[in-house]
Design a binder for this molecule. Structure first.
Ligand code: NAP
Ligand code: ZN
Ligand code: ZN
Length: 352
């Protein structure tokens, strides 16, 4: 396989900061699209992976799975995209395409396992991991590339590729809409999209935050009510009131306190993926026949539906643009919940 060396930003060890490195990308094969990366969102999963918080990662590690860029080259059999198109790549760049879940459009649950945009074995370049969007360019099979609708600002669309689909998919699956009271917990990258999407779906949205500084702003994002989750009295006011809760928290927290807010037959879906297990009391779920569930990103067709939905409802992410050289500082701020509401890297900075 022919390769091309490009610039990227990544890390060589869990304890090391991210720095500039060179990586190899394959030259486009007949079904591939080559994309010049313009913007890449910074997901908390990037930090978990760079630091091996979910088990040992493969190094060097180049994170980034909220990618937006321009098509600069297409293979001979590509039919869905042409040079100049504005496109996106999310958390997945391949899957087996044959198992029941791939056939159903739920490639994220592919039985042999999907190929993650980063930190997965690369099927095309044996003995190499996949490298993510903190880089100049990426080469992806056209079936795993998304169209970015014209009316979405490309930088503010980048976070939709992970934060958008990760919140849209469970909200859709659990039939959030008019007449439903929905809680969104943890107002970071995922949570702020959760508020916007649940509101656009017609639900009554209650935001739960630990940050006083986000309390006033959550309403601007679309929340009907906001709860400072550290305040017991404010939490108690919602006991047994919610149909569904989407938990987007990246660190340890008390799940039982949120299960108590569900109505009978209510469900809490965890999308946040903290490093350590979260204890759940039996009584938190047996009293009220409650469900404690989880959800992971979404399929490719569903991701396109989400982008089209966000374009139609005009819901971009709220972003703070950074240069790639600020990525280590951005990670420290993520750990403090100090981002409103998604860092997006202007990839032109990689040329500096
Ligand atoms: P983020 O921007 O850092 O947001 C996480 C939010 O959680 C913070 O803004 C904060 O919100 C809250 N939080 C943080 N520490 C907390 C603590 N100790 N106690 C209570 N609340 C705390 O992260 P993100 O990018 O949205 O990702 C959130 C989580 O989802 C991560 O674990 C990530 O890996 C995971 N994720 C999962 C999927 C999936 O497919 N399931 C996809 C993407 C990401 P407040 O300030 O409002 O309290
Ligand atoms: Zn992500
Ligand atoms: Zn499959």
């Amino acid at each position: 396989m022919e390769v091309k060396e490009i610039k990227a930003f990544g890390t060589k060890a869990a304890e090391a900061p991210l720095d500039q490195i060179n990586i190899n990308r394959r030259k486009p094969t007949p079904h591939d699209v080559e994309i010049e990366i313009l913007f890449c969102g910074v997901c908390h999963s990037d930090l978990h992976t760079a630091r091996s918080e979910w088990g040992p990662s493969i190094y060097p590690c180049v994170p980034g799975h909220e990618i937006v860029g321009k098509v600069v080259n297409v293979g001979g059999h590509v039919s869905k995209f042409k040079v100049g198109d504005m496109v996106g790549v999310g958390c997945m760049v391949d899957s087996c395409r044959e198992c029941q879940y791939c056939k159903e459009g739920q490639e994220q649950f592919c039985e042999p396992g999907m190929t993650g945009t980063y930190n997965s074995p690369d099927k095309n370049l044996p003995n190499n991991p996949t490298f993510g969007g903190y880089s100049e360019s990426i080469v992806v099979d056209e079936n795993y590339v998304l169209r970015i609708p014209d009316n979405l600002d490309p930088a503010a669309a980048a976070p939709l590729l992970c934060a958008g689909i990760t919140t849209y998919s469970p909200l859709h699956h659990w039939k959030v809409g008019p007449g439903k009271k929905v809680g969104i917990v943890g107002i970071g990258g995922l949570g702020h999209m959760g508020i916007k999407i649940a509101k656009a779906m017609g639900a009554h949205v209650v935001a739960f935050t630990t940050s006083e500084s986000k309390f006033a702003e959550a309403k601007r994002l679309g929340a009907d009510e906001v709860v400072l989750s550290k305040d017991r009295a404010q939490m108690a006011a919602f006991k047994g009131k919610l149909h569904f809760i989407l938990d987007c928290v990246s660190a340890n927290h008390d799940i039982n306190a949120y299960l108590a807010l569900l109505r009978v037959d209510g469900a809490l879906a965890l999308v946040g993926a903290p490093e350590h297990p979260l204890p759940v009391s039996a009584f938190s779920v047996i009293l009220g026949r409650k469900s404690f569930a989880g959800s992971m990103i979404g399929g490719i067709a569903e991701t396109q539906d989400m982008l089209d939905f966000c374009a139609e409802k005009n819901i971009p992410a709220d972003i703070e643009m950074i240069d790639i050289q600020q990525i280590n500082e951005a990670y420290e701020r993520l750990l403090k919940g100090d981002v409103k509401y998604r860092f997006v890297i202007d990839m032109a900075s990689l040329k500096k």
